[in-house]
Write a protein that binds this ligand. Structure first.
Ligand code: CO
Length: 214
């Protein structure tokens, strides 16, 4: 049996099941996508975006990387945000972390893992910033899980600090950035109630004025 046979068979079943519900599903989808949501989540195999929030193909635009990091210099992530906001005009960006995140765990330890150490560096800085709060927690699991939450909160801020998001607000486009976290142990996805929907919610240092025409 070929390595891919099982997956190919799974795919045929999946496509068939969807077509039974709606025979024109894929034809309609091929014409256009109008997702209302952009998901920014971890690459972890246990955190499948669409399944968690019960959305079909076409309903969720997705970017995933290790530990759901948003950096102002990451062309990949920024391009996804720009396309989602400027072209697809999504109304919600769902930054979703997860408890027990291996990337966050690695940034709290002194072991070297290779190239990924550089990728996780901003979470290491965040850990240093919140060291006293984390150190006061009773056990390793609660320390890691609190860091997973703090990481989401930081990434929500990072998304809202981009000129992409701020220019959308300047032109009156409704756009909210939400911080959410997923529990691998119970399958539950919850909001951290840190939604940002306007520039007034940002610290003055990060608030950008509309760009003047050249
Ligand atoms: Co993770």
């Amino acid at each position: 049996m070929n390595d891919l046979d099982q997956l190919l068979e799974n795919n045929r079943h999946w496509a068939e099941a969807i077509k039974q519900e709606d025979p024109e599903f894929f034809e309609k989808l091929a014409r256009q996508q109008v997702p209302e949501y952009l998901w920014i989540g971890c690459s972890d195999a246990r955190v499948p975006a669409n399944e968690i929030v019960g959305l079909l193909p076409g309903e969720l635009f997705v970017h995933r990387n290790v530990a759901n990091v948003v950096l102002q210099t990451d062309l990949n992530c920024l391009s996804v945000i720009q396309f989602a906001v400027d072209v697809l005009k999504v109304r919600h960006i769902l930054v979703t972390g997860h408890y027990g995140c291996g990337g966050v765990r690695a940034s709290m330890r002194d072991e070297q893992l290779g190239l990924i150490d550089g990728w996780l560096r901003s979470i290491r800085d965040l850990y240093h910033e919140h060291y006293d709060e984390i150190a006061a927690l009773p056990d390793e699991e609660s320390k890691l899980n609190r860091m997973c939450e703090l990481n989401v909160i930081q990434q929500v801020a990072n998304v809202s600090h981009t000129n992409i998001v701020q220019n959308a607000w300047h032109r009156g486009q409704p756009l909210s950035i939400h911080g959410c976290i997923y529990g691998i142990k119970d399958g539950l996805w919850k909001t951290l109630d840190v939604t940002i929907s306007s520039p007034e919610q940002l610290p003055a240092q990060y608030r950008l004025r509309p760009r003047r025409p050249l």
